[in-house]
Design a protein. Structure first.
Ligand code: ATP
Ligand code: MG
Length: 577
């Protein structure tokens, strides 16, 4: 391919709407064009990267008998009604001319389960693994970061159908390993972490994170035993301290004018934030209000709390807070509530006593409050967010460290969650009717593209890992007035193409400096410069990302040298398992 024919509208300026590096570079390099918030067109360079990632995914999933299908973007509402997911908030909804309700597919569990229940009815037809690489539509409340969080994006979504837990476990492990190979080949460092299943449901699940400071998620991991989990999920081990507890003192209400936040109350009463209990009122799915208590310096973790409560919970509306506390928002406490509520307390509050809590009275707090002594705890549980420095929940010596990550994949053991709701069953070997066991496996193709840039860039632009670069090698003709440079470069281009190298020839009538800048910006990993040295039979060849710069190579060896460099870069990205 020649740049003189390639459509890649690069921008010199950093686009104002883009905050994240990957978003800026995708726009500046002419990879994508913004169409609407969270909606993009892929231009030729962007689509090449997209297709290279898709192909890696395909190859790895086909290696364990995954079969590619293609399901529609348009999904009739009735299918989602069967599983109760027609109320999922991110759904784009529309009607056809006959007022029939449709959704735009946000993930395809129902559509694929409908295929399988229609045609699979015997144990002999499984294991079965169907997948697609397809456009997904989600009306994300906060589209952000270009391809990181789009409203239209590309997902690989795979679905497994099995007759037993053991078979589900086998295919789950198979996927887990394939994801590792995919991210190795894409040249991104990843970490598989235990995660919250969220709206998808099911039991065991893992997220695959690309670790980079710009990531939205916090992951906690233990370097001693390898435990790793999303902070939404990470467990906090129960306290083991047998420290003698301070004797409960007599509690009393004290005035705390204008002190609303934990910091303000701590400063006003001259106590540490650890000595304060936050009382957070939440509403359950069936409309009940419950109180969650965590230490002042901790955060209530809603996904974990939801699991302890046994269903989704959200923060209570201010009006409800006022009703149950009898006070303005900001003074809730577990003692003398206006309305009696189930009280859930974080395990950590078993340690210590004589805490400060809200008094359920404006501008007042209650001091010397000890759980179990001054109020009854209905349920103890692990409901706070884990933080760096917490003890590892899996090994005695370990301590958790934190890092930021971008979730690029999420795999789930669904069990019978969808198959039961949709009546997808089979006849077992012994003739019984059994519900099919499912797993689902998602990988963000477009998000991986952006995350790879977050992980691999410098001041000059993108430094693509070679397997997902739009081209593997670029040949820059330094002087377009020099016929010998032009003809040598063209020959080299053809020889490299014949050797199977995905090569780009920069033959634009531009200054050499402009071309170098553009090739750096679009991130072609291997760079060949055909310039002045050619009269002495020399060209320069090197890696974009290497600090060593380019090496002077005999022109006659240029093709083999370049091809070897490409091969070496590819070998570096060989899957580790
Ligand atoms: P998130 O928590 O980031 O919103 P999710 O948990 O809703 O994502 P899944 O339903 O697990 O996402 O989707 C599988 C994969 O699809 C994700 O791991 C991610 O790589 C990708 N993905 C999800 N939402 C988006 C989006 N809005 N834009 C780009 N990729 C996305
Ligand atoms: Mg997810």
């Amino acid at each position: 391919m020649k740049t003189s024919k390639l459509f890649f509208p690069t921008l010199r300026e950093i686009p104002r709407e883009a905050e994240l590096t990957s978003h800026q570079l995708l726009l500046r390099g002419g990879f994508v064009k913004s169409v609407a918030a969270g909606v993009y067109s892929y231009l030729p360079l962007g689509w090449r990267v997209h297709e290279k990632i898709s192909q890696i995914v395909r190859e790895e999933v086909n290696s364990f008998d995954g079969q590619e299908i293609h399901m529609p973007v348009l999904v009739p509402k009735e299918l989602l009604d069967e599983t109760g997911r027609s109320a999922v908030p991110v759904l784009f909804a529309l009607k056809d001319k006959n007022q029939r309700d449709f959704f735009l597919g946000f993930t395809h569990e129902e559509v694929v389960t409908d295929i399988v229940r229609s045609f699979v009815n015997s144990w002999k037809q499984m294991p079965l693994y169907l997948y697609q690489i397809q456009t997904k539509e989600r009306d994300e409340p906060r589209p952000r970061g270009g391809l990181i969080r789009g409203r239209e994006f590309t997902m690989f979504d795979g679905y497994s159908f099995d007759i037993s837990e053991a078979a589900l476990d086998t295919i789950y492990r198979e996927n887990y390993r394939a994801y590792g190979r995919i991210f190795d080949r894409c040249g991104v460092q990843y970490l598989a972490v235990e995660a919250d299943p969220g709206a998808i449901g099911g039991s065991e699940n893992h997220e695959f994170m690309i670790l980079t400071p710009s990531g939205e998620d916090t992951v906690l991991s233990c370097s001693t035993c390898g435990y790793a989990a999303n902070a939404e999920r990470a467990e906090v081990p129960s306290a083991s301290s047998d420290d003698a507890k301070a004797a409960p003192l007599a509690s009393e209400v004290v005035s705390t004018p204008d002190a609303h936040t934990v910091e303000q109350v701590a400063a006003f009463l001259k106590v540490s934030e650890q000595q304060i209990i936050k009382t957070i009122l939440c509403t359950t799915a069936d409309g009940k209000t419950v109180a969650a208590l965590v230490r002042g310096d901790r955060d209530l973790n809603l996904p974990k709390f939801s699991r302890v409560v046994g269903g989704p919970v959200e923060l209570a509306e201010p009006g409800e807070v006022v009703r149950v506390t009898g006070a303005p928002v900001g003074y809730a406490g577990p003692v003398s509530l206006a309305v009696q509520l189930p009280i859930y307390a974080d395990n950590e509050l078993m340690e210590g006593g004589n805490f400060v809590v809200g008094a359920n009275v404006a501008d007042a707090h209650r001091i010397n409050v000890t759980p179990g002594h001054d109020f009854k705890v209905d349920h103890w549980g692990d409901i706070r967010t884990a933080v760096a420095g917490d003890r590892c929940p899996r090994c005695p010596a370990g301590e958790l460290a934190d890092a930021r990550g971008i979730e690029v994949g999420h795999i789930f053991k669904l069990g019978v969650k969808y198959s039961k709701a949709m009546n997808a069953s089979f006849q077992s070997e012994t003739g019984e009717k059994v519900t099919i066991l499912m797993g689902c496996y998602g990988l963000g193709v477009s998000r991986t593209m952006a995350a790879a840039i977050e992980a691999h860039n410098d001041a000059n632009g993108i430094a693509w890992p070679i397997n997902i670069a739009p081209f593997e090698a670029a040949i820059v003709i330094a002087n377009m007035k020099d016929e010998s440079q032009i003809s040598f470069a063209k020959e080299l281009h053809d020889s490299l193409a014949a050797l199977g190298v995905d090569v780009l020839l920069d033959d634009r009538e531009e200054r050499a400096g402009v071309k170098f800048k553009d090739m750096d910006l679009i991130g072609i990993p291997v760079q060949v410069v055909v310039g002045k040295g050619l009269v002495d039979g020399k060209v320069e060849i090197g890696l974009r990302a290497s600090a060593d710069g380019r090496q002077v190579v005999a022109a006659g060896d240029a093709a083999t040298y370049t091809a070897a460099l490409v091969a070496a870069e590819k070998a570096r990205l060989a899957p580790k398992q």
